[in-house]
Ligand binder design. Sequence first.
Ligand SMILES: [Mg+2]
Length: 211
Amino acid sequence: MFIVDWDGTLYNTYQFVQDIYAVFEDAGVSHADAEETMKAAIFLGDKLHYDYSFERQLEALKQKGYTLKHDEVLVSLEELFETDYTMDGAVEFLKTLRTYGQPVNILTAGNEVFQKKKIHSTALHKYVDDVVCVPGDKQKYVGEVKESGPVFFINDKPFENDDVKRAHPDVHVIEMYNPHKIVGKGEAREHVPVCKTYQEILDYVREHYKK
Ligand SMILES: [Mg+2]
């Protein structure tokens, strides 16, 4: 099975986030406060669980003293789902993974409603077998599915990758290098190859895939 992360791996979350900041700045929010409340809205107090939604960020801004017209700002934010933030080459990448004849699943952690809006704003879900959304702890899901055969886990976030590799040394964890990560900037590590392109990931899979 191939388990492929969503944000920063298939979806240009960096650009999406910049565009969210721009909507808030148009509404009068400072860039610093937009960034700070983004982080406040993402995290649930533990680094492996996330729960971002526009509503949570609006609430965080309200608590900072902003009196935004939530309905109007929400309309502009929801319009972002009309833009396709698919990363260049992502469709071909998924299509190539599928040639192995194994399930290819998207695995994402976060607010399921919000994550699925992002996922369905692109065509990528058509090229996978399943879209799985968990609140966090990706390694738990990996543990549940790995019984059925070899697993390749492809993800941009270093500490999640470490978590999965630690729990499941037999899983092929491949790190998609993401220079824009808003959390979890990390170093390349032993046992987790870091790839800068989809082609490098596909080369690694070809070398390590055993029938
Ligand atoms: Mg990610």
